[in-house]
Design a protein around this ligand. Structure first.
Ligand code: IPD
Ligand code: CA
Ligand code: CA
Ligand code: CA
Length: 260
């Protein structure tokens, strides 16, 4: 069953990507949601609808959790659930036309079975099937090697080391000082894909939703990366949570600093 779903999804996600690239030539309808930085466009909604139509037609018993709310209302993850972020990094999509991705995870009874992150501007599809490895455009991604903080590039938003309402800025500041470098790409999904591909070593943030991480979780875990909340606990894929994704070894080193 998973191979068959994967075959459909490989086509659907590339077709969705093409639709997004076509939309670069059109005028976007941009709206704000909870705040001026919380954006949604007509393309976010159209792409979510695109996946929902195909999934419902092909797999009528599957359920769908999508960021823009066009899928089902779910209280639990029993059965097969598709967790969809039609555009992760909408701000980048609107301002830069790059560094955004389609992110999809397919879960069975709460376990991630398939993960997809499609970097639309660069035509790079990261995907994984549980137990079968992770791939970038068909090339297997090698297992992640252990590393240390002083040799690492870590990804985090500058918000978390300035005054904010979720974490004391002094908790993560020591990481910034000790790491080889820091980055912030503005797409949680791409940040997870970069960890899986060895381009980044760790990523941490204080509040994400299941659709931001569902695809990335399957991909990162398949290459031996660690995905928890910021305090090292397992993620509950039906709630918002802090997220900490890292290469092995580095995860323990960073947790010890956070918990000091
Ligand atoms: C956002 C991106 C961003 C993260 C935000 C998310 P969206 O997703 O992943 O990197 O910092 O918290 O909401 O809204 O562009 O799909
Ligand atoms: Ca959003
Ligand atoms: Ca998102
Ligand atoms: Ca989104």
């Amino acid at each position: 069953m998973w191979n068959e779903i994967d075959q459909h999804m490989q086509h659907w996600i590339r077709e969705a990507g093409e639709r997004i690239r076509d939309a670069f030539q059109t005028k976007l309808k941009i709206e704000t949601k909870s705040s001026p930085s919380d954006l949604v466009t007509n393309v976010d909604r159209e792409i979510e609808q695109f996946f929902i139509e195909r999934i419902r037609r092909t797999y009528p018993t599957h359920r769908i959790l999508g960021e823009e709310g066009l899928g089902d209302t779910l209280e639990a993850l029993d059965g097969v659930v598709w967790i969809i972020d039609p555009i992760d990094g909408t701000m980048n999509f609107v301002h830069q036309q790059r560094h955004f991705a389609i992110s999809v995870g397919v879960f069975q009874d709460g376990v991630g079975m398939l993960g997809y992150i499609y970097d639309v501007a660069f035509d790079e599809l990261y995907y994984a099937q549980k137990g079968k490895g992770a791939f970038l455009n068909g090339t297997p991604l090698p297992p992640l090697e252990k590393t240390t903080l002083d040799r690492s590039i870590i990804s985090l938003n500058a918000t978390w080391v300035t005054e904010n309402r979720r974490i004391d800025p002094n908790v993560l500041a020591p990481l910034v000082k000790k790491a080889r470098g820091t980055r912030s790409y503005g797409s949680a999904a791409l940040e997870m894909a970069y960890i899986a591909a060895g381009k980044l070593d760790a990523y941490m943030t204080l509040r994400l939703s299941p659709w931001d991480i569902a695809g990335g979780m399957v991909i990162v875990q398949e290459v031996g990366g660690v995905v928890t909340n910021l305090y090292g606990e397992p993620l509950n894929m039906i709630e918002k949570s802090s997220v900490f994704v890292s290469k092995p070894g580095l995860h323990e080193e960073i947790l010890a600093i956070i918990q000091r």
